[in-house]
Design a protein around this ligand. Structure first.
Ligand code: CP
Length: 324
């Protein structure tokens, strides 16, 4: 590949995360000291989203702008691009990354293979900002950076991931990164109908990360170091004609102050957001809740770090995605 692309959490090794966290720390320092840098002045970042977003789109834009880059943003490319006229993703990416166009493309798309297809064009670096139900690698980097800063370590953690492991691309990507560190253990909490995919189980086994599955949230509340709660994502159930299943499970696990009271005092409650009823709003300002910090304090520096590493002239990060 001519360019460095981020397609899947599986492309990263532990040392790669250390490099990215270092770049994020530097970005954080620069924002706190000077409001940002001019490192990417005159670079053009194209943010093109075929699915709705608050955090990923806005924090990528903030990251680019805080490095002095220019941003072009299409928040609804399904309608406001020639995809509405039947254009292929490949042609759209060839144009966005064409001569005098974007230096880097941040892409969110409902298809599982979209980021891989866009990276395969190799016209400009691609960052997968969420592809279908499978991967959201930069969210996982944000989540790991959040855990590192809030808990002080990335190893010997029991992480409980609850809600919708089947369609939860953030759960799937985070599981892959947790597996890079020794001593970690994962419990997936969900109804049996929506358990984590076999491909992720295979990956965890390959890397020697123990995991369990349960549908009983209460049984693991007191064991978690990190509780990673997620939304049951109506959009996928609607698209696949499974609304009866969705209605049955959507509020199966609602986290309340009573639940958090049963967690270890040093445990933290995370959520990739958006939240749609599965966490009581009474918890928003609870000292063990860190999802707002996760959404901005840790997301903007990680995304600034990625942009710097991927756009530094003459430097190719060693973690770039390779065509299988
Ligand atoms: N975490 C996340 O992907 O949120 P958005 O859908 O708002 O980008």
């Amino acid at each position: 590949m001519k360019h460095c692309h981020i397609v899947s959490a599986e492309q990263f090794k532990r040392e790669h995360l250390e490099e990215i966290f270092g770049a994020a720390d530097a970005a954080r320092y620069a924002v706190e000291r000077n409001g940002g840098t001019e490192t990417l002045a005159r670079k053009l970042v194209s943010v093109i989203f075929y699915q709705p977003s608050t955090r990923t789109a806005e924090t990528f834009k903030a990251a680019a702008l805080r490095h002095g880059a220019r941003v072009s943003y299409n928040p609804d490319a399904k309608i406001f691009s020639s995809a509405a006229k039947g254009e292929s993703l490949e042609h759209t990416i060839r144009v966005l990354g064409g001569e005098y166009m974007a230096d880097l493309i941040v892409l969110r798309h409902p298809n599982d293979d979209a980021a891989e297809r866009a990276a395969g064009i190799d016209m400009a670096p691609i960052i997968n900002a969420g592809s279908g139900t499978k991967q959201h690698p930069t969210q996982a980097l944000v989540d790991m950076y959040t855990i590192k800063n809030e808990l002080g370590r990335l190893e010997n953690l029991h992480v409980v991931m609850a809600g919708d492991p089947m369609y939860g691309r953030t759960i799937r990507s985070l599981a892959c990164l947790l597996a890079l560190y020794p001593g970690n253990r994962i419990t997936f909490v969900s109804p049996p109908d929506v358990c984590i995919g076999d491909d992720i189980k295979l990956y965890l086994r390959k890397l020697g990360t123990p995991f369990e599955e349960t549908d009983d949230m209460d049984s693991v509340l007191g064991q978690a170091d990190v509780w990673y709660h997620t939304r049951v994502q109506e959009e996928w159930y609607k698209a696949t004609g499974q609304m009866e299943l969705y209605e049955r499970i959507r509020l199966r696990y609602v986290m309340t102050p009573e639940h958090v009271a049963k967690m270890k005092p040093e445990a933290r409650l995370m959520h990739p957001m958006p939240i749609n009823g599965e966490i009581a709003t009474a918890l928003d300002d609870h000292p063990q809740v860190i999802y707002f910090k996760q959404a901005t304090r840790y997301a903007v520096p990680i995304r600034m770090g990625l942009l710097t590493l991927m756009l530094t002239p003459g430097y190719t990060p060693p973690w770039g995605w390779r065509k299988p």
